[in-house]
Design a protein around this ligand. Structure first.
Ligand code: ADP
Length: 500
């Protein structure tokens, strides 16, 4: 696989994992769940249970929130200097980098993603995220403002940490999502309770060990593994929580928004998408085709910003689809730890069945399938990279987020920007979009008209912590990353002083 990969490590890790369930990090110490309950951790490549993690519940959540509350209110964290917070975040980044291979192994076993993706995108991406937000810890600033009142006045704003944060994360990029929320919240001066997805608890527990090793004060970071209903729901409604930062499905995001209203929690939501890719007649196809394929087959399509709707000019439609189908059929699908794997299994049987259900619904509605559509093998949750041609605009495959390697490809007749934007925007979502054309006017006009939090013109790199990320419409509320992603963990206070 690569020089750093020691093939004996997975076996060592597996026996270590089998020896004891992973525990909850509360107030600087590891605990079993109060009820003693555990979650099964399943290898999506085989369907076998290979580890257990504590199944936290309301009592554990209460203890974790109270620990985070004390750590916030007694100044244990807010009382440190910005430079001290920066240094601790940098220390944690170094520890993640030191243990990147172990983190990647855990992530790959737990989620099924290819090891290299977990190693470089996941673990190294997490270290990069921490370093980026470590820089912000010393740059949280307000401004001075002069009011138009008679006499002499000083007005200024302060950005204060919002308080105790509930960070609830999904299973598609576990470590990256967890560290994304943790690093921004801590840089802003907040304390937190992290509730990772029940399907993928392992990298979060390892992250908790590294948090302790780095020397964060007790209670600043608490990690409670458990299900959405048993652990997530009591966290959202807990009166000790000031803000919820959630990444996951739109349905749960809406529920969280409703439930947060009673205690007026601040809420950031990063939700689903049905993101369009546009390939115009003059696009550089040699770059557009592999990017469009990667945009939907990367991480088996389990990506909120996946390019799941492809609009291609009719003059190049056949060539583009031929290229994408060729890629779909040649992708090496296998276990995340299998050398050379390019696409892993879906995370769970539930997710595989959900994706299969969409494909079947499309088939029943008469949609033609250019490739894929089936499952692969007899064990694990593998599904073929799938391309559907011209599904009707009202079908569930066209309208709903599938969260699997399923592409809907549609033709358009001329490069009319307003018509293209209308088709792209014909969705409840607005997370991301991609445009391929050499015409800079068309590209920028289309970028202006798309109702999406991100527009990528002629390619993009891996997620960058400096670039704000978030959705229009049902894709979310607020932004993560960049200055905007820091500010959502702050309250803005205005102070005025009479100098009269
Ligand atoms: P998916 O359906 O893809 O698993 P979810 O939105 O259900 O995505 O899950 C994302 C995260 O939200 C997970 O950590 C999950 O446990 C959590 N979650 C699910 N339901 C709730 C809920 N009612 N309240 C709080 N968190 C929840």
């Amino acid at each position: 696989m690569n020089q750093m990969f020691d093939p004996t490590r997975p076996d060592m890790l597996r026996s270590d994992l089998a020896a004891a369930p992973r525990r909850l990090l509360i107030d600087g110490a590891f605990h079993d769940a109060a009820t003693g309950a555990v979650l099964d951790v399943i290898d999506p490549a085989t369907g076998a249970v290979f580890a257990h993690a504590a199944a936290g519940g309301a009592e554990d959540i209460d203890r974790a929130v109270m620990a985070a509350r004390r750590a916030f209110d007694d100044g244990r964290w807010t009382g440190t200097t910005p430079a001290q917070r920066q240094n601790l975040l940098l220390k944690l980044a170094d520890l993640i980098e030191r243990d990147a291979e172990e983190l990647a192994l855990l992530e790959s076993m737990d989620n099924g993603m290819p090891f290299m993706m977990a190693r470089f995108g996941g673990a190294m991406g997490a270290a990069g995220m921490l370093r980026y937000f470590a820089g912000w810890a010393t740059k949280v600033t307000g401004e001075t403002i002069e009011p138009s009142w008679p006499g002499e006045w000083l007005g200024y704003t302060r950005r204060e940490p919002v308080g105790v944060v509930a960070a609830i994360t999904p299973w598609n990029f576990p470590l990256a999502m967890e560290v994304g929320k943790l690093s921004a919240a801590l840089a802003a001066g907040c304390t937190l309770v992290l509730k990772p997805a029940e399907q993928t608890p392992l990298s979060a527990v390892k992250l908790g060990e590294l948090v302790c090793e780095a020397g964060f004060p007790d209670g600043v970071v608490n990690i409670v593994t458990g299900t959405g209903t048993e652990a997530g729901a009591p966290l959202v409604t807990h009166p000790g929580v000031d803000k919820v930062s959630f990444t996951g499905s739109t349905v749960v995001g809406q529920q969280i928004l409703r439930e947060s209203a009673a205690t007026m929690k601040r809420v950031t939501l990063e939700l689903g998408g049905k993101s369009p890719t546009f390939i115009l007649s003059d696009a550089d196809l040699a770059r557009a085709i592999p990017a469009a394929a990667q945009g939907i087959f990367g991480n088996a399509g389990q990506v909120c910003a996946a390019g799941s709707r492809l609009f291609v000019h009719e003059s190049v439609f056949d060539r583009v689809l031929e290229g994408i189908v060729e890629r779909a059929q040649s992708l090496r699908v296998g276990a995340g730890l299998e050398p050379g794997t390019e696409m892993g299994p879906l995370v769970s049987a539930v997710q595989r069945d959900r994706v299969q259900g969409y494909i079947e619904a499309g088939r029943r509605a008469g949609v033609s399938l250019m490739t894929g559509g089936g499952t692969i093998g007899t064990e694990g949750y593998f599904i073929e990279p799938t391309v559907l041609i011209e599904p009707g605009a009202d079908l569930s495959v066209t309208r709903e987020e599938i969260f699997g390697p399923v592409l809907c490809a549609m033709r358009f007749g001329d490069d009319d920007i307003d018509a293209l934007a209308a088709r792209g925007n014909d969705t409840q979502y607005g997370l991301s979009s991609a445009i391929w054309t050499r015409d800079i006017t068309a590209a920028h006009k289309l970028a202006n008209r798309l109702k999406a939090g991100t527009v990528r013109i002629n390619g993009s790199g891996p997620p960058d912590p400096a670039l704000p990320l978030g959705g229009y419409k049902a894709s979310g509320l607020g932004r993560e990353n960049g200055r905007a992603g820091l500010e959502v963990f702050t309250e803005l206070k205005t102070v005025t002083v009479s100098l009269n």
